[in-house]
Design a protein around this ligand. Structure first.
Ligand SMILES: Cc1cc2nc3c(=O)[nH]c(=O)nc-3n(C[C@H](O)[C@H](O)[C@H](O)COP(=O)(O)OP(=O)(O)OC[C@H]3O[C@@H](n4cnc5c(N)ncnc54)[C@H](O)[C@@H]3O)c2cc1C
Length: 569
């Protein structure tokens, strides 16, 4: 693809080896202390991240990581987005709270690269790409989270083409901190003549320090942190109330069309949240397996296995294996899913053929809410199971497992709650285009199934895949009909529907992984590929069947949800 001519496996492996070193040696050791210490704010609203975070960020910048997947036009290295995805999985495994500082910055980069004027791009992008300036997204206000149409922050024009913004934003991740020399806030606000609702929202770039004539941080702008939140997890990331008091900003994109522009950042962030949960799922699983191999409790039901020891390691017990394999099957599928979507994003942006670009854009749009909600829901379950593998020790802070569960919980909430992702999926992405995007996905799955014709060794994977694909199509048709009569039907089925679609994708990806394992198994790598096949079999036998319940629940309709009045609850 365009711009990837020089990218080969050697280069990527080298990059990933360095990323692994940075993640494990610099970031991971800061994860537990950062959680225990949290962020600090002084009376003037200056925020400091936990000890070591700033130094780690400087190392990150010096090594050039922020620029990895940014365009060379602004100093980036131009590597594909998929490589950035792999980097982010590792960073998140090591330290989700820290990773949110650079993570949001990459989203701000994408938004300004797509919608900023040339002057804005020239001022901000080189600094963002090198990482010396970080980014935020300022949407939420106390009375408006999901419903951005309610937002009140005001923007009034100045004579010089800039705007003065006033209002208060809450829950702003990385809103204020000491990691970077400047912070670039992307703020949603209303112009004086704005129509009510979401059609009257504009997007502004509002820097903490106004860039001076040389492009360096100059005068302090009127956007300040009022307080930081005390919260369940991600303690190392500052969640800030940001007050705008005649803060100077510049319009990004067209007036009143801020939401579509912001969606570039929001969609990137939704995929990023999926990656956060992939990282957490992996690290929790690695810990749980290590513990299960070491912890001695009881004997195997079939008789002692570690005869030289006072008891068997708990990994011999079927129920512990159920917990470990659930984590493994969901995590490996999530990785395949994130990288598949990452590759489609690169294709969407770089492929020479327009039809191919369009197909990938459609698939990325369809799958974005699924990456966000399906992976984060599963990871809350799998980090919980990892904790459970430790028994009581999982509940004790020292082992670090309860932190993974606490950190995983936010991923189901921010960037649009998972309930809202489910509504977006069924309403906008599936029914909204009469099922066209879904049919694109269906065509890919059907082509794969066809390719396996005559392969007996693939039957055990392809048959359940074809079965769930057919059921998803049927369910979609039924829900489409019902929703035409009563739109509440779509809302009533949405979360169950997302799980059915998510499992259809995972069944497809597990079947693909099984095919690769069958075709590539050699004696030297037998252990790896056999484990892949065994995990695929576990997935089809024990996780995919959950869809039967969700299909039944989705079909049960809206009446059983709406029977009670608000007072009867
Ligand atoms: C730690 C943290 C970091 C955050 N970081 C940022 C950030 O950087 N920038 C930013 O702008 N915001 C940020 N947020 C805000 C976050 O995105 C919002 O909290 C989230 O979008 C939900 O909004 P809300 O809290 O107002 O909940 P509400 O919108 O009040 O929703 C409450 C519940 O009602 C449900 N609900 C609402 N409307 C509907 C509907 N139409 N149909 C079905 N269900 C519905 C929701 O799913 C949810 O379960 C952060 C929040 C937290 C806690």
């Amino acid at each position: 693809m365009q711009g990837c001519e020089e990218v080969d496996a050697d280069l990527i492996n080298q990059v990933l080896d360095e990323a692994a070193k940075f993640s494990s040696e610099v970031l991971a050791p800061l994860n537990q202390p950062g959680d225990a210490e949290g962020c600090h704010i002084d009376d003037a609203g200056n925020v400091t991240a936990p000890k070591g975070f700033r130094d780690a960020y400087q190392q990150y910048v010096e090594a050039g990581w922020p620029s990895l997947a940014c365009t060379p036009d602004f100093g980036g290295q131009g590597l594909p987005e998929i490589v950035n995805n792999v980097l982010y999985e590792m960073l998140n495994s090591a330290n989700q709270a820290w990773t949110m500082y650079p993570g949001l910055t990459h989203g701000a980069y994408a938004c300004l690269a797509a919608h900023g004027t040339e002057a804005i791009q020239q001022t901000y992008l080189p600094k963002i790409v090198e990482g010396t300036w970080t980014g935020t997204m300022c949407l939420t206000e106390s009375h408006c989270g999901t419903d951005l149409g309610l937002l009140r922050t005001k923007a009034e024009p100045n004579d010089d083409g800039s705007y003065r913004l006033s209002g208060s934003k809450i829950f702003i991740s990385s809103g204020e901190h000491d990691l970077a020399e400047n912070i670039v806030h992307l703020v949603l606000a209303r112009l004086p003549d704005a129509p009510a609702g979401t059609k009257g929202i504009s997007l502004f770039v509002v820097p903490k320090f106004l860039p001076d004539a040389d492009g360096n941080p100059g005068e302090r702008n009127g956007i300040r942190c009022g307080s930081i939140e005390h919260k369940m997890g991600i303690h190392g990331n500052a969640t800030c109330v940001m007050n705008l008091d005649d803060a100077k900003g510049w319009l990004v994109g067209e007036p009143h069309k801020g939401l579509p522009a912001m969606f570039v950042m929001m969609n990137g962030a939704r995929l990023g949240v999926g990656m956060q949960s992939l990282g957490l799922a992996e690290v929790a699983y690695q810990n749980a397996v290590t513990y299960a191999r070491d912890r001695l409790q009881m004997r195997a039901l079939s008789g002692p296995k570690a005869k030289d020891k006072p008891a068997d390691p708990i990994i011999v017990h079927p129920d512990v294996r159920r917990m470990l394999l659930t984590q493994r099957a969901y995590t490996e599928a999530a990785r395949a899913f994130c990288y598949w979507v990452g590759l489609m994003i690169d294709t969407e942006h770089r492929h020479g053929d327009e039809a191919t670009r369009k197909e990938c854009a459609d698939l990325v749009a369809l799958l974005t809410p699924v990456v966000k909600a399906f992976i984060t829901d599963n990871t809350f379950e799998t980090t919980n199971l990892a904790l459970q593998c430790y028994g009581g020790h999982g509940y004790i802070q020292e082992w670090g497992m309860e932190q993974f569960v606490r950190d995983a919980r936010i991923n189901m909430i921010y960037e649009g709650t998972n309930g809202i992702q489910a509504l977006d999926l069924i309403g906008r992405k599936v029914l909204g285009d009469g099922g066209a995007r879904l049919r694109r996905l269906g065509a890919i799955i059907e082509a794969f199934i066809k390719e396996q014709n005559g392969r007996d060794d693939m039957k055990e994977f392809v048959e359940p895949l074809a079965d769930i694909g057919g059921k998803l199509t049927k369910l979609t048709g039924e829900l489409g009909q019902k929703a035409m009569q009563n739109p509440e039907e779509a809302g009533a089925a949405s979360t169950d529907y997302l799980r059915v679609l998510g499992h259809t994708v995972y069944a497809y990806l597990w079947a693909r992984m099984a095919r690769v394992a069958l075709d590539n198994r050699t004696d030297a790598e037998a252990a790896f590929y056999d484990a892949k096949l065994a995990t695929a079999r576990f997935y089809f036998a024990r996780l995919l069947p959950e869809t039967a319940y969700h299909i039944r629940a989705a079909r049960s309709g809206v009446d059983n949800l709406m029977a009670l009045t608000a007072e009867q609850f």
